[in-house]
Ligand binder design. Structure first.
Ligand SMILES: Nc1nc2c(ncn2[C@@H]2O[C@H](COP(=O)(O)OP(=O)(O)OP(=O)(O)O)[C@@H](O)[C@H]2O)c(=O)[nH]1
Ligand SMILES: [Mg+2]
Length: 462
């Protein structure tokens, strides 16, 4: 049997938030006004179409006093109480006064375990006692979760009360809980009933495997994006008397657009792996992840510093071509304005000049075929990888109950990729060097995925 838990409690205490987190459901309705959830709804958490556990989101108690009065009015032996609760649900299924109570008690009567959610930042009150008594009467295995919605802390008084009605009481911050907290909680659920222990242990094991697999798949997406981005070109045919300059401008713009699109596609794929398809990215200047791929900030923050570019050998070709003085002057080195490459000067990246130099591929009768790209800037793959790393981290850690837009603050003077261990950076640089020489993508793809997987698994120094 799949472990099934009804998440119940007072209105507006974070029940749906807990379901969203544990079932990884970013679409589940969560809201600041009581009564957001009107109907009980089962949410199954599956891995590879294999159901692991079920959480039933429910509306909050509305008439606990009346329910308890009804039950007490038919006072009976302790052993008969669960049947009496079932009788209540049956007797009131068409009674508009008890819609919410019937919705929330039905899954319990049908065999679900109970997760009773309270807000530990609000004082304890006698009204909760009625709810706890009703739940006690169901006789089902039950556990209390203290969610902390506000800043105050009333956990002490809550625990004293909850301990009397629940065999297990735990704090669980629905919106902030990370992967490890979630795993711990699932293990605790296993203690509620012997029958659930084994399936929940299996669920935890599957979750851990799934986390590694998602990271690996993300690495594969990012590797594919890097390889594609380093190969993208724009071509067109020009008439003999057509000037190069405007054509070049158009092609550069088209190339930029495709590079941005490719990055966006990669992000969407990664978000999909983590079940965060609808994630909104904060627009505006504060959000550095939204910093465009072709702006100054993007290069400065997400890539390698000039020193590291030189140390890692990324700039040897450039040094040979242009001489060190020229390269150390200004931003052009930070951009790795690869000498011997097709790309133009640093100004290109700031929108004022050319992105990539135009190259005549061949003459035709009355015209020429011209090409812009691929981008050969030494820092380009580093910038792409740095941005993908930050994005992955935010998405992988993100809780499905947290509905704010994503934004990120990096320290502005930092070159993100400088934080990688030297040896990892050297290995990456070797691969990037091969990718810059076109045609090698197939040979290095596997190694690149492995390396990116290690980058994604590394702590990100923000
Ligand atoms: N800061 C913070 N806010 C939370 C937390 N849990 C829930 N909230 C917020 O509290 C409000 C209610 O959350 P829901 O999950 O909709 O609560 P509910 O118990 O399902 O509410 P009803 O369906 O109306 O009974 C929402 O605005 C949540 O964003 C938490 O752990 N921390
Ligand atoms: Mg709800």
């Amino acid at each position: 049997m799949i472990p099934t838990f009804a998440v119940v409690g007072h209105p507006n205490k974070g029940k749906s938030s807990i379901v969203a987190t544990l079932a990884e459901d970013e679409r589940l309705a969560i809201g600041p006004t009581p009564g957001t959830t009107r109907r009980a709804a089962a949410h199954t958490f599956s891995i590879d179409d294999q159901p692991q556990y079920v959480l039933v989101d429910t509306p909050g108690f509305q008439r606990a006093r009346a329910v308890l009065d009804w039950l007490l009015g038919r006072s009976t032996t302790a052993s008969a109480r669960p049947a009496l609760v079932a009788e209540f649900v049956d007797a009131h299924k068409d009674d508009p006064r008890f819609v919410d109570e019937c919705e929330l008690l039905r899954p319990i009567v049908e065999g679900a375990g109970i997760l009773y959610v309270v807000d530990g930042s609000k004082p304890y009150g006698a009204e909760y006692e009625l709810e706890m008594q009703i739940l006690q009467w169901t006789g089902r295995p039950r556990m209390a979760l203290i969610n902390l919605i506000g800043a105050d802390d009333h956990q002490g008084e809550w625990r004293q009360a909850l301990d009397q009605y629940f065999s297990l009481v735990r704090v669980f911050d629905a919106v902030a809980a990370d992967f490890d907290t979630r795993v711990v909680l699932l293990k605790v659920f296993g203690e509620l009933d012997d029958e659930w222990r084994a399936p929940l242990d299996r669920a935890v094991a599957a979750l851990v495997v799934e986390r590694d697999r998602r990271r690996r798949r993300s690495a594969a997406e990012i590797a594919a994006c890097l390889i594609d981005s380093l190969q993208l070109v724009e071509r067109m045919s020009l008439g003999d008397d057509e000037p190069m300059q405007p054509a070049q401008q158009r092609m550069v713009e088209r190339l930029q657009k495709r590079l941005r699109g490719r990055e966006r596609q990669c992000r969407e794929a990664v978000q999909g792996l983590y079940r965060h398809q609808t994630l909104e990215w904060q627009e505006g200047s504060q959000s550095l992840l939204d910093t465009d791929l072709f702006t100054h900030d993007g290069w400065e923050l997400f890539g390698l510093s000039r020193q590291k570019l030189v140390v890692s050998g990324a700039l040897t070709g450039a040094l040979a071509g242009g001489g060190i003085d020229a390269l150390l002057a200004g931003v052009s080195l930070a951009l790795g304005a690869g000498i011997g490459a097709l790309i133009g000067g640093a100004s290109a990246w700031f929108g004022s000049g050319e992105l990539a130099r135009i190259k005549v591929l061949g003459e035709t009768i009355g015209g020429r075929i011209v090409q812009v790209g691929p981008v050969k800037a030494a820092n380009f793959p580093w910038v792409l990888l740095g941005r993908a790393w930050v994005h992955h981290q935010l998405v992988a850690e993100r809780n499905h109950a947290y509905r704010e837009e994503i934004s990120l603050a990096l320290q502005s003077d930092q070159n993100l990729m400088d934080g990688l261990p030297d040896e990892m950076r050297k290995d990456l640089q070797k691969i990037f060097a091969r990718l810059f020489k076109s045609g090698a993508a197939g040979d290095v793809r596997g190694d690149l995925i492995g390396l990116i997987d290690r980058v994604l698994d590394s702590p990100l120094a923000r």
